[in-house]
Design a protein around this ligand. Structure first.
Ligand SMILES: CC(=O)N[C@H]1[C@@H](OP(=O)(O)OP(=O)(O)OC[C@H]2O[C@@H](n3ccc(=O)[nH]c3=O)[C@H](O)[C@@H]2O)O[C@H](CO)[C@@H](O)[C@@H]1O
Ligand SMILES: C=C(OP(=O)(O)O)C(=O)O
Length: 470
């Protein structure tokens, strides 16, 4: 079992480069199966979510190469439709994109419920609502979602909640559907714009991505293309927070400053002189941080994915801060771990109340989820003594080469294999053990009258049929 060991107290400086966006990458890879010729994606992050999706596509007989510089070539032409049950799909949230992509290509799919970070309930009812509006029959049979359609037809879909996953998934299903699909109350995240740009290069007709109404006119086929993934705004934001916490002047490269505007403004309100370049951000040494209140919102609001790392910065600010998560009201599993490190934080309803400044001290802590883990890394860099972080597989779902990148700034951090008996008490283990056991979309229930596995055609289970129109 591997852990991170961090000796805190070093002031960090230098330049750190952001990788390609996880939340784009995990949609672009499934999207590539809609093409009838090879696709090349550049700048993918080397994270476990990307490796898992590569394996999923290989399960479907996709021919894939993934090179060191983040270039992935996907030849989807000989792919076959095989049920994706448990295993890989439960290791990440974004396996739900295989639903839209496979429905688009094969018109049917059987896919286990997704995994990903446990942040409280993470239903996928809006994805299903979209697929059904397009004519698919969908059912949940013992934790496997079965989807099938004789023909996918464009539809008007109003999302009851603004959902990144549902917006992208409906786009994936709609690009090869007959007629026009309109997504109302769509999410506007930059990753959605990136996926739309990719699909457009493949020949799709999409308008309005990045606004609350997206129009998709179905086409007969999509072809291969080349695409570079946008920079990861959450990784960039994590580095900005870290720089304000322990930096003596850090330049963050490969950032779109507009994508982290809400964080930038909050940091400035705290007294951090964040300086924006064209594709970089400089965070000078920050002193006398002031407490602020923060509310997470859909983009362009303050990202929920930065709430947990930001909580650590608030422990260093003078006064009382309130950070409310309106997207995931239970996203506070990191708080108990931070308290073990001497942070003065408590959870009240949908908010964490942070009183500072508190000098942090080292402890043996458990990463509850991806960004909770990133929060502990920042806390470890701040803390006196050696902090040991367990369940780091969460962190490695989303941060590419984190150890090497932080070492490059002067951090004393290393990955070490420890004996299992030195692990923390099992009750403090993260809610998803190794990302496999718990799926997070548990409240999409079987609806009586909907079809089950029997809707699958005879040639489905044996994997025949490439899905491309003859
Ligand atoms: C792989 C990926 O891109 N993950 C991101 C994506 O997750 P994900 O796509 O899962 O998040 P959504 O945008 O769908 O969720 C937003 C809110 O809508 C609710 N909801 C969502 C779908 C649905 O069918 N029904 C429903 O009620 C969710 O419980 C949540 O409260 O956006 C989240 C919110 O920015 C980020 O934290 C995740 O990093
Ligand atoms: C919640 C996150 O990821 P996922 O949706 O993949 O679980 C995240 O990136 O912070």
């Amino acid at each position: 079992m591997d852990v991170y060991k961090i000796k805190g107290g070093n002031r960090l400086s230098g330049t750190i480069k952001v990788s390609g966006a996880k939340n784009s990458a995990v949609a672009l890879i499934p999207a590539s199966i809609l093409a009838n010729s090879p696709v090349e994606i550049h700048g993918l992050p080397e994270i476990s979510d990307v490796w898992t999706l590569k394996s999923i596509l290989e399960q479907l007989h996709g021919e894939i190469t993934f090179e060191k510089d983040g270039k992935m070539t996907i030849n989807p032409t000989n792919m076959v439709n095989i049920p994706l049950l448990n295993g890989n799909v439960t290791k990440l949230r974004a396996s739900y994109y295989m639903m839209g992509a496979m429905l688009g290509r094969f018109k049917r799919a059987a896919i286990g419920l997704p995994g990903g970070c446990f942040l409280g309930p993470r239903p996928i009812d809006q994805h299903i609502k979209g697929f059904e509006a397009m004519g698919a029959k969908v059912t949940n049979h013992h934790g496997t979602i079965y989807l099938c359609a004789d023909e996918l037809r464009g539809a008007e879909i109003y999302l009851d909640v603004v959902s990144v996953g549902a917006t992208v998934n409906i786009m994936l299903a709609a690009v090869l559907a007959k007629g026009q699909t309109v997504i109302q109350n769509a999410a506007k995240e930059p990753e959605i714009v990136d996926v739309a740009a990719f699909l457009t290069k493949m020949g799709a007709k999409i308008d309005g991505a990045g606004t609350s109404i997206v129009y998709i006119d179905g086409v007969d086929e999509l072809h291969g293309t080349k695409h570079s993934v946008i920079p990861d705004r959450i990784e960039a934001g994590t580095f900005m927070i870290m720089a304000a916490a322990v930096g003596d002047g850090i330049t963050i490269e490969n950032v779109v400053p507009l994508h982290v505007e809400a964080l930038t403004e909050k940091m400035r309100e705290m007294g951090v002189d964040v300086r924006q370049g064209k594709e970089s951000i400089f965070v000078p040494k920050a002193e006398n941080l002031k407490a602020v209140d923060v509310e997470t919102l859909v983009y362009p609001g303050f990202a929920t994915d930065l709430q947990q790392p930001f909580t650590v910065l608030l422990t260093q600010a003078e006064g009382c801060s309130v950070i409310t998560d309106t997207i995931y009201s239970e996203r506070f599993n990191h708080v108990d771990e931070l308290r073990r490190m001497n942070a003065c934080v408590r959870v009240e309803g949908e908010a964490a109340i942070v009183t500072g400044p508190s000098p942090l001290t080292s402890a043996s802590v458990v990463a509850s989820d991806l960004r909770g883990g990133a929060a502990l890394v920042i806390a470890g860099l701040l803390a006196e003594g050696e902090t040991e972080i367990h369940d780091i597989y969460h962190i490695e779902r989303g941060y590419s080469s984190i150890i090497e990148k932080l070492q490059g700034l002067g951090a004393d951090i290393r990955r070490e294999t420890i004996r299992p008996e030195t692990q923390p008490d099992p009750v403090r283990k993260s809610p998803i053990q190794h990302g496999h056991e718990k799926n997070t979309a548990y409240d999409f229930m079987l609806v009586p009258g909907q079809v089950g596995p029997s809707c699958l055609s005879n040639n489905y289970m044996d994997g025949s049929g490439s899905g491309h129109r003859a």
